[in-house]
Design a protein around this ligand. Structure first.
Ligand SMILES: O=C(CO)COP(=O)(O)O
Length: 148
């Protein structure tokens, strides 16, 4: 079964993500790719043969669209090159996306070295499959079963 991956980069890290993707282009031809709007456009221009679904731009809801996909078990890995030096107007959305990836055990790389670690792991696909459809409700049962 093919996995779906999310690709997102803040503006100053878009060139880095494009260079990183070039290094791993063979793997990514096998994955379904979902990206936030501008990241998707930049990557599609550089790699016209890739099939990239560009969602809304991050500040206009793209991060939340990816978060929604995670909550529905539709995304198996995230590569999100964040910019730690630039305040983002939609910081709450950025944090919400990272939080949901954590919650649903979706592997998420927020910088290039971690992205290298993930993608070069021979068990990358197997691990993505293992956690596909992960249900946090069981782990956080004290929350789901709390008395109201
Ligand atoms: O802001 C982003 C992620 O938080 C990315 O959005 P764009 O890909 O539209 O630049």
């Amino acid at each position: 079964m093919s996995i779906s991956v999310g690709l997102v980069a803040h503006d100053r890290r878009k060139p880095e993500m494009a260079d990183w993707l070039a290094q791993h282009i063979d793997e990514f031809t096998h994955y379904k790719i979902f990206a936030t709007g501008t990241t998707g456009r930049v990557l599609q221009e550089r790699f016209p043969h890739l099939d990239i679904v560009a969602l809304k731009s991050g500040p206009f809801g793209g991060d939340q669209q990816l978060g929604s996909m995670i909550a529905h078990g539709q995304l198996q890995a995230m590569f999100f090159f964040t910019d730690p030096m630039t305040p983002q107007p939609h910081d709450v959305d950025v944090r919400a996306l990272i939080r949901l990836a954590n919650m649903y055990e979706v592997p998420i790389a927020c910088n290039r070295s971690t992205a290298d670690l993930l993608i070069s792991n021979p068990r990358f696909l197997e691990i993505c499959e293992q956690y596909r459809g992960h249900s946090p409700e069981q782990i956080f049962a004290e929350y789901t079963e709390r008395k109201i």
